[in-house]
Design a protein around this ligand. Sequence first.
Ligand code: HEM
Ligand SMILES: *[C@@H]1O[C@H](CO)[C@@H](O)[C@H](O)[C@H]1NC(C)=O
Length: 330
Amino acid sequence: MAAAFRLVVVVTCALLLASACQGLQVGYYKKTCPRVEHIVRAEVKKFVYKNAGIGAGLIRMLFHDCFVQGCDGSVLLDPTPANPEPEKRSPPNFPSLRGFEVIDAAKDAVERACPGKVSCADIVAFAARDAAYFLSKLKVKIDMPAGRLDGRVSRASEALDNLPPPFFNVSELVAAFAAKGLGAEDMVVLSGAHTVGRSHCSSFVADRLAAPSDINAGFANFLRRRCPANPTPANDPTVNQDFVTPNALDSQYYKNVLEHKVLFASDAALLGSPETAKMVRDNAYIPGWWEDRFKAAFVKMSRVEVKTGKQGEIRKNCRVVNHGHPHRHY
Ligand code: HEM
Ligand SMILES: *[C@@H]1O[C@H](CO)[C@@H](O)[C@H](O)[C@H]1NC(C)=O
């Protein structure tokens, strides 16, 4: 019976696109660490109810992990003498990416329950999923497949090469997502995550406030009062992404796009092609439309270039690769 079921799974996967299978499974840890998803959720809940911004950081962390070396926990690795410039230290991540302490706390709790069983990459995916759940007031509920292994490579230069910058236009954004097997609609729907969290002024002042742009004039003035004309690392305040419902993961972002009240050129760029502009309107106006698509696109993103089998390991500490044989993962 079990063997027959496995055969069906294998055959079905062979017929589908590789990206749809990848060996990830919902309930992957049912036998080896049955409480893992509960444990991670409890940690995320503690942090997010104290500071909603940490939840935004965790949602962004999955994106930044998955687009660089695949969803393999590479974004978590600290600098070492052998690798002084990991992803974490690159401009798209440093100093803005936040929530690492949640991953540490979750990993500690998971290791106490089931040592050596659960990858850091899966903890990032579970934590991002849980952050979306809490910030959406329990509306965005995702079954997150698991079985990702942790990578051993993390280079700052690859973060710069693979993460789209906030000045990209619509064709550049579509291309950056296509490079990861994601479509234009995934790109539009995932950009909706800019309905929570914040941005540093340095991410948008030059191309949105200093240069001519289509930003709403009142909104631009509001931002000019909060941001220095020339942000520096020592003077780089933050502002909310979504000034209407700053801590709610909802479809308000698309209304902001239509009103030209968004921070980045990449947000405004969603109106830059008829196809993506239509998606913005659907997401803004049709109740439930965005939530359903966000859930699917989030899972699709979480499958990008995942490592399985001998391609990875299960780190003991999410901040450092394991010692010894690179292929050991048990
Ligand atoms: C489409 C291309 C994207 C671009 C160009 C982009 C760019 C940015 C930038 C520049 C920031 C502000 C960083 C700072 O200065 O503090 C930011 C924040 C954020 N991004 Fe994106 N992003 C993109 C897509 C995504 C995706 C796909 C997700 C997740 C599904 C996401 C989630 C977030 C979140 C939640 C924040 C707020 C983080 C916090 O408050 O700590 N972004 N993004
Ligand atoms: C986006 O920018 C690229 C590179 O600067 C340019 O070739 C392309 O035509 C632009 N696309 C749009 C839609 O503006």
